[in-house]
Write a protein that binds this ligand. Sequence first.
Ligand code: ZN
Length: 499
Amino acid sequence: MGSAIDTLRESLGTISDLSRASSLLAWDERTQMPPGGAEPRAEGLSTLARIHHERLTADELGERLDAAAAEADGAPYESAEASLIRVTRREWEKARKVPASLRAEITRTTSLAEHAWVKAREDSDFAAFLPHLEKVIELRRQYVECFAPYEHVYDPLLDDFEPGMKTATLVPLLTALRDGLVPIIERVAASPQLDDSPLRGHFDLSTQRTLARAVLETLPLGKGEWRLDDTVHPFATAIAPTDVRITTRFDTGYLGEGLYAVMHEAGHGMYENGMPAELHRTPLQGGASMGFHESQSRLWENWVGRGRPYLRWALPMLREHFGEQLGDVDAEALYRAANRVEPSLIRVEADELTYNLHIALRFELEVEIFEERLELADLPDAWNERMETYLGIQVPDDAHGVLQDVHWGAGAFGYFPTYSLGNVIAGQLWDSAQRAMPDLEERIERGELAELNAWLRESLYRHGSCFEPLELIERVVGGPLDVGPLVAHLDAKFGELYG
Ligand code: ZN
């Protein structure tokens, strides 16, 4: 007879297989599936989700957890056994708190609200979306109540994406970030604009695909452990640490679109690719939180990919594919083009500097909604006012304002702050990486990216999701979350670029 830990691992392996099957179906849906597959695919996915939930909330799993906990009694907090038991118990208890009827109601309502959002955005008609949004938020409030008592009404929402994170921690952090960014953006706005014409023109689609593959081949991803496909909204997913699916989209008029979507998604992919084999088929496999995941995509996209050393090294590779367009472009011109700052209406098009103000705006509105300080009917006005204050931009209509993102229709409240958290964490990680490797930038300029990946594997990836984000940041950088390194990085970089 095996040990109690092995018996627990057996249950967890089945649960993990079910969610990996769902990931594969979802990847296929967004990259390969013909439109006719939509309805049967939704049925398949919902069946898998139901079985997954039944397994995760089963009494049997609780019994196996208790037996494993008794067996591992006294194991150190950091050990694989103690982490497995701690994280599984947390997930098991959390999943059991929400009645199946409420889960089903949320799934049904958000699916309808998402469809309504598509139409409302097309028509720029917030009033048509409002009743759906009201229902979604009402259900989210019921969801929050499943976790009473809580410190703050927004905490249970955050916890789905950042385990253990508290609103009380996040509010001062993101306010400090906003206050740090506004003066930098004001100085940039008052300076002459950078020229991004080197990245604009006509860039043939199939050559861009070949280039994207060439870029991925130079990144420290395991050989034979990834693939690249086209999609509408780029994402990365791992069916296993050795089976990473990267997706991107291309714009034939702008080379930066496909290039940086690939770098971004590859960052997510490298995190998954770096998971230790012993965490495989357990809840410890995968990123520690959405924020930590985003720290990896942002680190590779912005700190590496939009950095001067990388672009100096990458220019010959870009010229190899687009000699006609880039023949006369030098590395400095490419660096300036890749870092042009332009306050924009649309979050997903935002540059490295203004991006976090889009997040600040959404985070503040979400907290105000759940604190019942903001009426939903007043949401468009509140949105437009803040766009003007933070970014100096007039919103022409709700399609380009409050209706631009799918998240609220999909019920994903608590998700947006993880984007900024990712940037904050990336800043701290980059700082630590530079201290550990004083010649990091010289190495990148020689195209030696494996060392950075090795440092990330050793410092971060090997922990999987053993620790909550606030514990993990302490372990990796030796201090708490801190916006200082991010603000200093942006101030130095754009201060120099914009004189
Ligand atoms: Zn991302």
